[in-house]
Design a protein around this ligand. Structure first.
Ligand SMILES: [Zn+2]
Length: 220
């Protein structure tokens, strides 16, 4: 469920529509014009796959998929820098701030198939902090796009580094890739871990080790 602030951000570029198709109220984020175009093309794709697009179960599928793909990529409408700087506060706190187990859902840009998992983000403030929820929203803003896990990790790190200029930033992402699990390799339980550090997390082994210990990730 999108937050009120998130909705305000999105409304700048699109529309928030209450969709009660599934019997409960939820917020859909989509542009009606794009939905029509996407639905047209998804219908063509279904035909190429050999489906009968007139059968009852598929009648509204192109439209639903057109809406769904826009929600799954709504990060394009969000500005991660703005998210952080909108809640940037002066503060003398100089210990590590850690937000762990941030839920993450993204689409691999090679297959447009989901990868999902957890992000752990730490930083050591240098005169400025941000709202804890903003960290989670930055993860969302970058992950709700076509991505590769490696770039997602460094984008989150660089955004926080640039916005807050802290003593250091640490980002670790642990994710399952459906494109590995469902196709080809089929390594069902493999988890891909990526990490990106700046400042104290890069230069001080002790600081980095503390972060890794706190998030409980299996890193070398
Ligand atoms: Zn893939």
């Amino acid at each position: 469920m999108a937050t009120k602030k998130q909705n305000e951000d999105i409304t700048k570029n699109g529309d928030i529509i209450e969709d009660e198709e599934f019997g409960y109220s939820k917020i859909e984020i989509f542009h009606p014009k794009d939905t029509k175009k996407l639905a047209y093309h998804y219908k063509e794709i279904l035909k190429i796959l050999g489906e009968n697009t007139d059968r009852e179960g598929l009648e509204k599928t192109p439209l639903r998929v057109g809406k769904a793909i826009q929600f799954l990529t709504h990060g394009y409408n969000l500005n991660p820098m703005d998210i952080i700087t909108s809640a940037k506060f002066k503060e003398e706190y100089k210990q590590m701030v850690l937000v762990k187990d941030i839920e993450l859902y993204s689409l691999c840009e090679h297959h447009m198939i989901p990868f999902y998992g957890k992000a752990h983000v730490g930083y050591i403030p240098n005169k400025h902090i941000t709202g804890l929820s903003k960290i989670a929203r930055v993860v969302d803003a970058f992950s709700r796009r076509l991505q590769v896990q490696e770039r997602l990790t460094t984008q989150i790190r660089d955004c926080i580094q640039e916005a807050l200029e802290p003593m250091g930033v640490a980002v670790v992402i642990e994710a399952h890739h459906m494109c590995m699990q469902m196709r080809g390799i089929q390594k069902q339980n493999s988890v891909t871990t990526t990490s990106a550090f700046t400042g104290a997390f890069l230069n001080q082994n002790q600081t980095r080790e503390e972060f890794i210990h706190l998030i409980g990730a299996k890193l070398h």
